[in-house]
Design a protein around this ligand. Structure first.
Ligand code: 6LW
Length: 483
């Protein structure tokens, strides 16, 4: 399957096209750098070309930013020779803010705040008279100057979505043919999620809802992809129409646990009587994914993310050539200030391995959901141990003596057969490989506790390396789909 087209925690996709090139961005929450930026020529194969928010001054994340707060729900548009990105920072009074760039790979500008625009999930659209409309969840609209952040007049209520459906959000406004279309998500970002649309004669409406709403929803179905919603539309150079949207892949028995967060999916769109009709999820055989990082480059590649910040003082490839060096700041993975560098878990089954030298400290390899939900294997002080933190409970699951540089590995195995209705979605096993080649599995843990259904929030699993005390070095990191 090529769907999800961008697997792993990549929710709230927004897409635009310039000539033959498509660009797509997603929410990034408490992670730094923020707002991953992808490029594609076919909407199916995406390459991450950067992150839009790479300077701390653009993100406003601090040690007090809770997990699943931070940067939400971007809209990406190309207008007047520039890329325009608008996001909400839900922390520290940030609010809605605009960034611009001529190259979507960066650099992106400093934020242009929109202090008068309340609400989340901002959209930007321009009409033929040159007015810029900023539409937010609810659904309300402001006329704005996107270069200064100034607003004109009072916000105008446009549409509240389908009567009885909660959380009308994620608006996007488009001029298509003779109509203006207002597409929203509604029903909440859980199993009831869906996409509805309305149309009208002007960007300000009045808007008439599509009789076939929701135009996309997997609520109350057996579809393997659930929670589908928060969508954006794009037209190809050949005139074809496509929808990108978020969805999740729950596993295990009931209620179904999804562990990778909300991912980006793609479906074709056709038009009937001036309304969009969403086709089946695009699928095609995909090659097995693997990724190896030797830490030979001085800058970390854009897939590497860290909670809240990442400074060269704590994380660098310059201390020891060809190694990633982490200097501890927080003490454990429970600490919001922990020095952790990870990549999103993107496959239901996968293996990650790293070679650690813990001579001057302790650290390891962790599967992180948030501070209160993580499993890790840690080396240091002549020992290797597996630690599990789930809610208020923290325990050392296993420990054994081990010294010197070691290969630590984590293997995630999707549960393909269910034991009974309570079966978990996957098993997460931790091993140590010693220099003499001995491989020891220290623990195999139920993955349900590192899922959205247990942890809550908007994010998914991130697998990476961290420092608990002193200084630890990592020679390489290897991630492979499958187990
Ligand atoms: C986002 C909202 C949503 O702001 O989840 O699924 C929120 N939709 O539109 C966080 O991603």
């Amino acid at each position: 399957m090529t769907n999800p087209v961008i697997p792993g925690m990549h929710p709230d996709p927004s897409v635009c096209r310039v000539g033959e090139d498509y660009y797509l961005v997603c929410s990034s929450f408490e992670y730094f750098p923020g707002i991953p930026v992808f490029h594609s020529r076919d909407l199916v194969n995406w390459t991450q070309i950067g992150n839009a928010l790479t300077r701390p001054s653009q993100l406003l994340l601090t040690a007090e930013t809770p997990s699943s707060a931070g940067i939400y729900a971007p809209t990406l548009r190309h207008h007047d020779g520039r890329f325009w990105l608008i996001v909400t920072s839900v922390s520290h009074g940030g609010g809605n803010m605009i960034f611009t760039a001529t190259d979507p790979a960066g650099p992106w500008s400093d934020p242009i705040p929109l202090p008068a625009v309340g609400g989340i999930d901002p959209d930007l659209a321009w009409d033929d008279e040159g007015n810029c409309w900023c539409t937010v969840a609810g659904v309300s609209q402001y006329r704005v100057d996107p270069t200064s952040g100034e607003t004109f007049g009072e916000p105008r209520r446009l549409w509240s979505g389908t009567p009885g459906a909660k959380a009308p959000e994620a608006p996007h406004l488009y001029r298509i043919g003779d109509h203006w279309y207002l597409m929203i998500a509604e029903g909440g970002t859980e199993r009831g999620h869906g996409v509805s649309i309305a149309r009208g004669p002007s960007p300000q409406g009045p808007f008439e809802p599509c009789p076939a709403n929701p135009i996309l929803s997997h609520r109350s179905t057996d579809e393997p992809v659930q929670n589908t919603g928060h969508a954006d539309l794009v037209q190809g150079p050949d005139g074809s129409w496509w929808m990108v949207f978020l969805g999740v892949r729950p596993g295990g028995g009931t209620p179904g646990w999804h562990v990778l967060g909300r991912e980006t999916f793609l479906a074709p769109v056709s038009w009937v009587d001036g309304w969009p009709v969403v086709g089946d999820l695009v699928s095609a055989p995909a090659s097995e994914f693997s990724d190896h990082d030797d830490f030979e480059d001085s800058d970390l590649r854009p897939c590497w993310i860290s909670p809240r910040d990442r400074s060269e003082q704590h994380c660098t490839t310059k201390d020891r050539a060809g190694w990633l060096t982490l200097h501890a700041r927080g003490s454990t993975m429970d600490d919001p200030a922990v020095v952790f560098v990870g990549r999103r878990q993107q496959h239901l089954s996968c293996t990650a391995r790293t070679l650690i030298d813990p001579a001057a400290g302790s650290g390891g390899l962790a599967v992180r959901f948030d501070e209160e939900h993580h499993y890790e294997i840690e080396a240091g002080s002549g020992e290797v141990r597996v630690i599990a933190r789930v809610g208020p409970l923290r325990t050392i699951v296993a420990a054994r003596p081990a010294a010197g540089p070691l290969v630590l590995s984590v293997r995630v195995e999707e549960a393909r057969e269910l034991r009974d209705a309570r079966s978990g979605p996957d098993t997460i096993s931790f091993s140590v490989e010693e220099p003499d080649g001995t491989v020891t599995v220290l623990a195999a843990l139920d993955g349900r506790y590192l899922s959205t259904e247990v942890a809550g929030g908007f994010t998914g699993r991130v697998i990476g390396v961290y420092a608990a005390t002193g200084t630890v070095h990592f020679d390489w990191f290897d991630y492979q789909q499958g187990s």
